[in-house]
Design a protein around this ligand. Structure first.
Ligand SMILES: C[S@@+](CC[C@H](N)C(=O)[O-])C[C@H]1O[C@@H](n2cnc3c(N)ncnc32)[C@H](O)[C@@H]1O
Length: 323
């Protein structure tokens, strides 16, 4: 069992084909764990560190107090939405147009096919989130997810000359790190089956499917709204191995043990409490084949909650469960 943690932006900049990073705003990281059945977990980077936006500073306490006052929070929400949308459009991301296209499409029929009406949502998932009152369980959140993802890439790589370039840097670095790590630690096992836990509207799943075209990819998410957007887009593509979409909780996927060579959790953990992170990673290990790779990527890899959860997860007693 081995684990690495690599800075996504830095890996891309080192490839030589992409603009040099200033190193200041890059917070993306990839933690890749391979269940090789030998050795110990070896995180190479990531000492405990509090992210700049959290903690007990007077500023964060003031922000917390303002947010707790509901009428003011509603106004702040509206104003910040407007700023986010205008900024995205200034970067040539057609936010309102993309959102309208989804909301006026036949996505509602796809939703009926994809949704598991019996699925029970964990408590944390039922709270307002990202300024959407219904959190990820809403059409607006689903319709805006892709332009929001594009904005995040541009924000992470401000020196990129286009959104496509910014996305390629962020995702290319992540995919290369996974590939390199898998080649090094898998004992030559091929990637035939991929599970993307927390796939949202399928952006990460499509990148994985394109990187490993001979593999069968599965995108799994708790939001049937996000999955409907993902599946609707996939239906229009003619892929050799079409992606399969599963509406389930990543904490208990219901998928068979030892059935995936690569399990990805991309930008999921920062949305989850520590308890859920631990269970998500345990479930990822359960469905992983021996020799397989778990790729854990997040925007704030040094956040306390992620570091503490991972330290717990990568204890040898847990690793032995997969050996
Ligand atoms: C920021 S999005 C992930 C984005 C996507 N992986 C990508 O890289 O483009 C986080 C996703 O995690 C999903 N999620 C959160 N908790 C989950 C859980 N317990 N099981 C499955 N999905 C979960 C959310 O619904 C959301 O779609």
């Amino acid at each position: 069992m081995a684990a690495i943690l690599a800075r996504a932006g830095a890996t891309a900049a080192a490839s030589g084909s992409l603009p040099k990073s200033t190193g200041r705003r890059r917070r993306n990281a990839v933690i890749v764990a391979a269940a090789t059945g030998t050795g110990q977990a070896m995180p190479q980077e990531g000492a405990l560190e509090r992210p700049a936006w959290s903690g007990e500073t007077p500023l964060s306490r003031l922000v917390g107090a303002l947010i707790a006052f509901k009428p003011l929070y509603s106004l702040m929400k509206l104003a910040s939405r407007e700023v986010i949308i205008r900024t995205a459009e200034k970067w040539n991301i057609p936010w309102r147009e993309m959102t309208k296209k989804v909301l006026e499409s036949d996505v509602y029929e796809v939703f009926e096919r994809i949704r598991d009406p019996k699925l029970v949502y964990p408590d944390y998932y039922l709270s307002p989130f990202h300024a959407y009152d219904e959190g990820n369980l809403s059409w607006l959140a689903a319709a805006e997810a892709e332009p929001a993802t594009m904005s995040i890439a541009k924000r992470a790589i401000p020196e990129a000359t286009s959104i496509e370039e910014a996305s390629q840097i962020v995702r290319g670095s992540w995919l290369n790190t996974i590939e390199e790590h898998h080649q090094k630690y898998s004992g030559n096992c091929e990637i035939n089956d991929i599970l993307d836990i927390g796939c949202s509207v399928g952006v990460s799943t499509r990148y994985l499917a394109e990187k490993f075209p001979s593999a069968q990819a599965v995108g799994l998410d708790l939001s049937p709204y996000f999955l409907a957007v993902a599946a609707q887009k996939e239906e229009k593509l003619s892929r050799q191995n079409p992606i399969r979409w599963v509406h389930a909780n990543g904490e208990a996927t219901g998928l068979p043990s030892d059935s995936f060579d690569l399990v990805s959790l991309a930008y999921v953990c920062h949305e989850c409490p520590a308890r859920a992170i631990t269970v998500l990673v345990k479930e990822a290990f359960r469905v992983l084949r021996p020799g397989g790779t778990i790729a854990l990527t997040d925007n704030s890899p040094k956040s306390k909650v992620l570091q503490v959860s991972l330290t717990t997860i990568f204890q040898p007693n847990l690793l032995h469960q997969r050996e």
